[in-house]
Design a protein around this ligand. Structure first.
Ligand code: 5GP
Length: 185
């Protein structure tokens, strides 16, 4: 039996990474797809674990060879889902999670309408603003940019099957686990 594809997207700075990690620790039989990217590894990131870090030329070749299920440019870097790996896991009956941004999610939904999409939202614009200010690491300009991005992403989230508000991490994780249990193969 074929597995099911799940997509999680979310604004940066809403604790998406933590929620996904906790979800994967608690959910059974779901595998995270490892994307390819042209961005430089951050400290502590491992090639083949967090991403496959490849050059722009390699990425371009992968596009030409139709190796991606979807790909998109985000913040000046390219990101793509490796098609064969995902299709192979699905054909083995494994459920697969894609942690991708909105343009990629759109492409997946067009190709695989039965994919289940989840968008993680910050509690509210006000709460996010408070968190960003309390963190004290961002300039005023950066804070305003983040807040604008949130408004844009809130609109995009209307195209998703589910929206999960990340107010309390444990609650958000439980909500996603419930969605997974209801939809998985
Ligand atoms: P980061 O550079 O912070 O790891 O990721 C930046 C954004 O790219 C995040 O929103 C992440 O979800 C998204 N992303 C990661 N991998 C892929 C991918 O394969 N395809 C698409 N479309 N987006 C991705």
């Amino acid at each position: 039996m074929a597995g099911k594809l799940f997509i999680i997207s979310g604004s940066s700075g809403v604790g998406k990474g933590t929620v996904i990690k906790e979800f994967l620790n608690n959910a059974k039989s779901i595998y995270l797809s490892i994307s390819s990217t042209t961005r430089m590894p951050r400290e502590g990131e491992i090639n083949g674990k967090n991403y496959f870090f490849i050059t722009k030329e390699e990425f371009q070749r992968d596009i030409e060879n139709n190796n991606f299920l979807e790909w998109a440019e985000f913040s000046g870097n390219m990101y793509g889902t490796n098609k064969n790996r995902v299709l192979e896991m699905l054909s083995q009956g494994k459920n697969v999670l894609l942690e991708i941004e909105v343009q990629g999610a759109k492409q997946i939904k067009q190709k695989i309408p039965e994919a289940v999409s989840i968008f993680i939202l910050p509690p509210s614009k006000e709460e996010l603003e408070k968190r960003l200010r309390n963190r004290g690491t961002e300039t005023e300009e950066a804070i305003q940019r983040r807040l604008q991005a949130i408004e844009f992403e809130a609109k995009e989230s209307d195209n998703y099957d589910y929206k999960v508000v990340n107010d309390i991490i444990a609650n958000a994780v439980n909500e996603i686990l419930k969605i997974y249990e209801e939809n998985k193969e």
